[in-house]
Design a protein around this ligand. Structure first.
Ligand SMILES: [Zn+2]
Length: 454
């Protein structure tokens, strides 16, 4: 049955145009697009069996693509499953996600790749692209059967959670990645420098007495992987870049023609290490408009939901990551959605599992930066749609006739509160619990089926 989404502002990331119009969807694809306001008596509206969705004062965007999430299945279904993680993705406006291989077992066999693809198809909330382990069991010793894994549907390789520690093994991974023409997703960290870390190393870690994860641990990791990608003429994608120095290394490598890309996570642009100290300004909430600031509520110190790898860093680092996204050094927004159970977080700060669930708050967090005038709406949408699509070797996501009907309708003014009971993800581990946000995906459509509606 056809669905007609009417009178919204259609955002086209390809031509970078925004204009009011309507979109007709049938059989999973966009079948027509109407420019301007659609009259109330238009025959397309009144055609029998057509579902009409009014998008007046809302934005109509292609569905978002997130090339870095953790779905925890197989093996940690108490944290998230493919069904719950993709349902959360739909609530966040996403229609395509790529999932990391730090599952149990790791995604290092064809059977696991097939399980993920089958479970995702069955759930039907989003397309799931498996990223396979670069080494068996992510142990950093022997390469996984990379050719078989690509043939089964893996779209790249990573040992995310950890780097491939041995540089000689890493060099071999790059040789195979080059041959197979897929990216290596680098979790770039010098594990010796970061050993025993509690949080970002700086003034706040000194004050709280927590062991630090210096920026240099990320920078050394990125520098090594850039050198090896350059040596092998291979393809490196740097995950969750979080430091001034990390952004600078990627910028310089791109300038000399190294095949490197990078991603920016919303929490690394909007939350600093100050969040570990807690925000204790009780008057702030009354002063701040929702959607203009996140520093608006009373927060306890040592909130383990702020513990993430790489850690929340300084204000200067947050700014550098945003600047990197703006100038194209970092190619797209990726959430690094990392659900954990309560037991993983209700422990001493330093011992809490690292990870933030971000897929349902990413849009509102990024819209805050739009409201602050620090990134344009068009830039943001491009970096959540066409830019990750290009990284994945796909064409434009623009909603033209014939395009797959992956659509996100956004209400940029909707004010909502992040509440554990309302998150679709099983992981409630976000420091934004209780935070008032502005802007939300109010309807998400994947292959023409409505997967989320407010
Ligand atoms: Zn990682």
């Amino acid at each position: 049955m056809p669905t007609l989404i009417t009178n919204g502002t259609i955002i086209d990331p390809d031509t970078q145009q925004m204009s009011v119009g309507s979109i007709l969807v049938d059989n999973g694809v966009v079948t027509a697009r109407f420019e301007g306001l659609l009259p109330a008596d238009a025959t397309v509206r009144t055609a029998p069996g057509t579902t009409v969705i009014d998008a007046t004062h809302k934005l109509i965007s292609p569905g978002f693509i997130d090339p870095h999430v953790h779905l925890r299945e197989p093996g940690e279904e108490h944290k998230e499953t493919i069904a719950t993680g993709t349902r959360a993705a739909a609530a966040g406006g996403y229609t395509v996600v790529a999932c990391m291989p730090n599952t149990r077992p790791a995604i290092d066999s064809v059977a696991v790749v097939q399980h993920i693809r089958t479970a995702a198809r069955r759930a039907g909330f989003a397309e799931v692209l498996p990223i396979a382990a670069a080494t068996i069991g992510r142990a950093g010793k022997e390469l996984s059967p990379m050719r078989e894994l690509v043939d089964a549907g893996a779209i790249g390789f990573s040992d995310d959670g950890v780097p491939v520690g041995d540089p000689a093994v890493m060099r071999n991974v790059f040789e195979y990645v080059k041959m197979l023409d897929v990216p290596y997703f680098g979790h770039c960290e010098d594990m010796v420098l970061s050993k025993g870390w509690g949080m970002h190393e700086g003034a706040v870690s000194n004050r709280l007495g927590l062991p630090g994860y210096p920026s240099a641990a990320e920078e050394v990791g990125i520098a090594r992987d850039i050198a090896l990608a350059e040596l092998t003429n291979s393809r490196l994608h740097v995950c969750h870049v979080s430091t001034v120095g990390g952004v600078a290394l990627i910028r310089a490598a791109k300038a000399r023609g190294v095949n490197v890309t990078g991603e920016a996570s919303p929490h690394h642009m909007t939350l600093s290490d100050r969040w570990v100290l807690g925000w204790l300004d009780e008057q702030a909430e009354a002063r701040n408009e929702p959607g203009m600031s996140l520093n608006s509520t009373t927060r306890p110190p040592y909130d383990t939901n702020t513990r993430v790898s790489p850690p929340l860093r300084s204000e200067a680092d947050c700014e550098a990551v945003l600047q990197g996204l703006l100038d194209g050094t970092l190619d797209f927004v990726a959430t690094d959605h990392a659900p954990h159970g309560r037991v993983d977080k209700e422990v001493e700060y330093r011992l809490a599992m690292a990870g933030i669930t971000g897929i349902e708050t990413a849009l509102a967090s990024m819209l805050m930066l739009v409201n602050q005038g620090r990134i344009s709406l068009m830039d943001l949408i491009v970096r959540m749609t066409d830019a990750p699509a290009a990284f994945l070797g796909r064409g434009t996501t623009a909603l033209r006739t014939g395009a797959r009907a992956d659509i996100t309708v956004i209400d940029p003014q909707l004010v909502w509160t992040v509440e554990a009971s309302k998150l679709f993800s099983m992981g409630k581990n976000t420091p934004l619990l209780g935070q008032k946000m502005r802007g939300k995906a109010v309807l998400t459509m994947y292959k023409g089926n409505i997967t989320h509606q407010e």
